[in-house]
Design a protein around this ligand. Structure first.
Ligand code: PLP
Length: 369
């Protein structure tokens, strides 16, 4: 039996999302820009989907721009946000534990003359609120901080940060990469005064190839893609309606957070009993970063795979490299080298947790032989 515990890399599509996908493929195949009936039907489906996604965030439908993935949403927010506020200044605040979809655009902006302050996390990967406020400068144009860290599950208090920043300087634009936090921890744009927020469909059981960017009303971004003027001129290209409908259905589906939390707590309780295993205690219900210092992640992963158990070696995008996130939070190399990320979803059960626990116990015994 397969035990898929790599849901922070990607998730299996859920039935709600799959049904919506097939329905859109079969019945809403028109181009939403076409003015005939088939086009109008597709356009209506697009409108409905946008409304659903917006509602999940307490946003207005016109504040949602559909994209192809979280990476595109992050890139758009960062480049467009920096461009929009360049008269205010060329200083950006972010952190050293962001995903590459944020770090790489920031590196590019540095090459173009921007200065980036990368805040350091505490021991769990969390960015202290005060450090953001202290880093503010008159020429700060943009802040980009993730809602939930993809490797540790640390939750940034983005609401408090955004509120305090906006009181001090309402002209600073704020972006949050909410790709890992969406539908996992409380987040809405009514109570959290960010200007941009990034989302990705495949992390919440929708099909791959769709994401969204929240852009607050009044924030006028310069588009990346020019063409037919779709998405109110903010992202041209015929809308991927079936993917978008799949994303909307996933937004409506119950993520079963209570169940996921219980499994995470159970894993932590059991790992506490195994002296060779350490883990980082964080607030997100679905991510647990564990380590068996002295054992290599790759070896552990291969061993787990033989038992049909799938986790990842820190972030799935970091093939072969030591995790920059675990390094930044100050873990020793031997802890980082033995690190595994467990990513839970509504499809996981206690059986998956038990399989992982007993396999790691076995791995430990084999190594001691
Ligand atoms: N941001 C975070 C925090 C992520 O974890 C990921 C994917 O792992 C991304 C952005 C990129 O999202 P996507 O895979 O949809 O491009």
């Amino acid at each position: 039996m397969e035990h898929y515990l790599d849901n922070s890399a990607t998730t299996r599509i859920c039935t709600e999302s799959e049904s919506a996908l097939i329905d859109a493929l079969e019945n809403y195949y028109g181009n939403p820009s076409s003015t005939h009936k088939v086009g109008r039907m597709a356009n209506e489906k697009l409108r409905e989907s946008r409304e659903i996604v917006a509602k999940t965030l307490s946003a207005k439908p016109e504040e949602i721009v559909f994209t192809s993935c979280g990476t595109e949403s992050d890139n758009t927010a960062i480049f467009a946000g920096a461009e929009l506020n360049k008269r205010k200044g060329r200083h950006i605040i972010s952190s050293s534990v962001e995903h590459d979809a944020v770090l790489k655009p920031l590196e590019e902006l540095e090459k173009r003359g921007y200065t980036v302050t990368r805040l350091s996390p505490d021991g769990t990967g969390k960015i202290p609120v005060d450090s953001v406020i202290e880093a503010l400068r008159d020429d700060t144009a943009l802040i980009s901080l993730m809602l939930v860290n993809n490797e540790t599950g640390a939750v940034t208090d983005i609401k408090e940060i955004a509120k305090r920043v906006k009181i001090k300087d309402p002209n600073v634009l704020i972006h949050t990469d909410a790709v890992q936090g969406f539908k996992k921890v409380p987040f809405d744009v009514k109570t959290c005064p960010v200007d941009f927020a990034s989302f990705s469909g495949h992390k919440i059981h929708a099909i791959k190839g769709v994401g969204a960017l929240f852009v607050r009303n009044g924030v006028r971004i310069k588009p990346f893609l020019l063409g037919g003027g779709q998405e109110s001129g903010r992202r041209s290209g015929t809308e991927a309606l079936a993917q978008i409908a799949s994303f909307a259905a996933a937004c409506q589906a119950d993520p079963q957070i209570e169940k996921i939390s219980k499994i995470k707590n159970y894993l932590m309780d059991e790992f506490k009993k195994i002296p060779e295993i350490t883990y980082i205690e964080t607030e997100a219900p679905h991510i647990l970063s564990i380590s068996m210092p002295g054992y290599k992640s790759e070896v552990l992963m291969n061993f787990l795979e033989m038992k049909d158990i799938y986790v990842s070696k820190s972030s799935a995008c970091k093939q072969g490299k030591r995790s920059h996130i675990l390094e930044k939070i100050g873990l020793k190399n031997e802890v980082i080298d033995g690190a595994l990320r467990v990513g839970l979803s509504r499809f996981n059960t206690k059986d998956d947790a038990d399989a992982l626990i007993s396999a790691l116990k076995e791995a430990r015994k084999l190594a001691h032989r």
